[in-house]
Design a binder for this molecule. Sequence first.
Ligand SMILES: [Zn+2]
Length: 506
Amino acid sequence: MFRESAWALLAIAFASGEARAKPISVLDGTRRRELTSESRGDADTVELVSLVQGLGVTVVSDPLTGKATLTCQGREVVLFHKKNLISVNGDLRLLSGPLLLESGRWYVPLDSLAKLLGPLLNQPISWRPAQRVLLIGNVRLPRVTVTTEVGADRARIVLQSTEKIPFQVRQGEGLVVVDMPVEAVEVAFQSERLTGGIVEAIEFRGGPDNTVAILLGPRFRGVRAQQLDEPSRMVLDIEAAPLATLPMPSASPTPAGAAPATEVRQRWSLRTVVIDPGHGGDEVGALGPTGTLEKDVTLAIGRKLRSALANRLGIQVFLTREGDQALSLDERAAIANNYKADVFLSIHANASRSQDARGSEVYFLSYHPTDDESRRVALAEGSLGTSSDPTAPGSDLALVLWDMAQADHLEESSALASRLQEALAGVTGSEGRGVKQAPFRVLVGATMAAVLLEVAFISHPEEEKLLVSDAYQNKVVTAIVDGIARYGRERAQRLDPRSVAWPSHR
Ligand SMILES: [Zn+2]
């Protein structure tokens, strides 16, 4: 789909955003959720049950009296239909607009979200209308300042961030778009009069990529994009003077870590990768001989892999967990589905009773394990279970449907597993282990190419030491990026044999 034209996609996204109310993002420090908003009366609202999903809130609605009672850890908030007030542990508080009960669903005005959720969750809540982002808890966002200088025949636009951002620049009919594929940003515009017909307007359009759109004037002739570090910024030089050719970022000398060129991104069939650092929280995973925890190793590699994929291949990358928290196996694949990822990669470290076991293994899903070793690994990492009894726990209808989700992608998963195993073999000395199949629960629900990677044996004394070293982690990450790049290149050719452009990687 993406190979056709990034611009077609972009246009659709913007057009549909205008046809109905735009979605909102909810960030709680560990996860981002997108919720649809709906216009009710003259207010933009969100539906209550989807809003509080996963926040530990119980909703008891009483349509007859037009009341709903929300409870969370002993705190209680009562809502009233068509009233702009709520009862917080018995005290009445005013909202900016009325709550509505329609067809059994409650709708909360967006600008009342903080007043409703703050006392209920007992956490700082902040609603950012410009970005349509709801922040739950103390979430620190990168702050991006957009400054513009307009001269006689050129304009310079600088997006400068307080934290490193893998900016991506695209150009289309009448506009230049800068994507900031991070969880969320705060954007501030330094006001500047846009005269001279070079740039007409600069808008923050938000969305999953935190898109800034620069609408071009009739005198626009070309744009140069440069990504610079310290501080992290994207510098766009927009030329109004007639030029024979449009200098593109790829054609000009760019500093290390520069954003990939426009054309490359348009041809790129891999747009989003979700990395799942295995285990987390109380669920520590396997244990090394000197006490190294699998959950720490997987998170360290996951973080490094995220920046390497973003920097080297310009891919949008999300982690299923940012810190040391527990997450169910089904949730992990659901996150990848939610982001519409093209690749899902669950990262683990292996453990064996045999002291000699070492090397890496790459798995994709099957009900039937390749061998006894694969069965053991699947059991250790969370298996579907071997029972075929439909009444057994875990073999309900939902599970069968989930299974069908990954079943459609097994060919791609197998291709991805092969490329990763080839790339890793050189680093981890695992030529003999190869690609395997086993019934991993974490892969079952994934609706994209999905593999589970056992980077090395944490149970092996030497590999345990390697797994915690920066140098080895970087080598593994480089190999994974190589493997994904090769998979992506072949996949693009499968989808469109004419596509030849591909980002070279170091
Ligand atoms: Zn594991």
